[in-house]
Design a protein around this ligand. Structure first.
Ligand SMILES: *Cc1c(COP(=O)(O)O)cnc(C)c1O
Length: 386
């Protein structure tokens, strides 16, 4: 029965897909190499959590591995197990750490837990006591009140002669709260705390910088950097021209072009009323594809604070979203595109080479990270440059 079902699964070809993503692995590895240069003497790792920022661990991890990346950071044990298939010799750090019941996954796939609390340290120490020595990492919270031991706990532990021998961290970590804003005073405060920690854990490698942290300067690099978003083409530092190459292009197919009259409403809630006779392109992407409802041209609370909604790009022009984005469909106003240059079946770019990822994210009141990790699984994906 299952076999028959499998035989019937014929996917729409990329050329005719309702919505599609082109993912440029050449640009991805080029971005990683730029971050490697910017990281100076530090080894450059990669955050591949969130399914490789939405682009697919099974594509992103081998590309980065081939480029020479040997320190990968995932969120969960399952992501670690998947990443292991494509990065046989890399150290794979699991940021969620470990808890009773998942230790076996770490052992069988040679994953390194990033321990975040005394409870987790006890859990790991107990588990490895019956096994050979296993590496772990230690996360210390230096100022954002997210995961990690407190600075005081970590300093006390460094000097504790009674700590279990099976607790042998290979990497000391902390995470910056405000690195995207280089002028924020918390950056330096966190740096000073982390310098004290690195000293207390002399001989253990240390790691503080995410993508924007790398740009705060060499003091922030320590032994290993952990860039994420800048590898995937997103903006890292606020107010600075994005140096990363775009990696993802999202496109959607025009299912229908309709003519509508001035005074007529568009989409749910009739929130958008046409002020001129218009041509509308109805496309095959909606919020179920991660094209956020907040990108609507009107009829959502965000439009009271950020006037403009999302834009697409077609036939050399930017075209605005008209009215509300719906689950599977979005409406673009293409009145300004000459009638001979656009028809049903054409594709509109949602973001990519012409509409920067972060412009689309800002129109949705969010960040590139969230747009990428909510892409969903209805897009046909083509990986190029790998
Ligand atoms: C996500 C994450 C990173 C990467 O951050 P970017 O801002 O995407 O560069 C690095 N370290 C930790 C602990 C993270 O959670």
């Amino acid at each position: 029965m299952d076999d028959e079902l499998d035989d019937d699964l014929i996917f729409t070809p990329f050329e005719a897909a309702p919505s599609r993503l082109t993912i440029d692995l050449g640009a991805l590895t080029e971005n990683w190499r730029m971050l490697q240069k910017a990281s100076g003497k530090a080894r450059t790792g990669a955050a591949v959590k969130g399914d490789g920022y939405g682009l697919g661990i099974e594509a992103v991890v081998p590309a980065l591995y081939d480029a020479g990346c040997r320190d990968m950071f995932v969120a969960t044990p399952d992501e670690g197990m998947l990443a292991r298939q494509f990065a046989p010799e890399a150290r794979i750090f699991v940021l969620a750490g470990v808890w009773p019941g998942v230790e076996a996954q770490f052992f069988s796939h040679d994953l390194v837990p990033v321990l975040v609390s005394e409870e987790q340290i006890a859990c790991w120490s107990n588990a490895v006591a019956f096994d050979e020595e296993r590496p772990c990492a230690l996360m210390v919270d230096t100022g954002m009140n997210r995961l990690g031991l407190s600075v005081e706990e970590a300093l006390a532990l460094a000097d504790d002669p009674t700590r279990p021998a099976s607790f042998s961290p290979v990497l000391l970590m902390s995470h910056l709260a405000c690195a995207s804003d280089p002028s924020h005073p918390l950056n330096r405060k966190q740096l000073q705390s982390f310098q004290a920690l690195a000293k207390a854990y002399e001989g253990v490698d240390s790691s503080l910088a995410n993508s924007p942290g790398i740009h705060l300067g060499p003091e922030y690099h320590f032994d290993v950097t952990r860039p994420g978003i800048a590898i995937y083409g997103g903006e890292a530092v606020d107010g600075v021209k994005n140096p990363s190459l775009p990696v993802v292009t999202a496109e959607t197919r025009i299912l229908q072009i309709r003519h509508a009259k001035a005074g007529e409403p568009v989409s749910y809630g009739a929130s958008h009323v046409l002020t001129r006779d218009s041509r509308l392109a109805i496309v095959s992407t909606g919020y179920a594809d991660g094209y956020h409802r907040a990108l609507s041209g009107s009829g959502v609370p965000l439009r009271q604070t950020i006037q403009e909604g999302g834009f697409g790009f077609v036939a050399g022009r930017r075209v605005p979203v008209a009215g509300r984005v719906t689950m599977d469909l979005t409406i673009f106003d293409v009145t300004d595109v000459p009638e001979t240059e656009i028809r049903a079946g054409d594709y509109i770019e949602l973001f990519g080479a012409h509409i920067p990822l972060d412009d689309a994210a800002r129109a949705a009141g969010t960040i590139g990270y969230e747009l990428l990790t909510s892409l969903g699984n209805r897009y046909q994906r083509a990986y190029i440059g790998g």
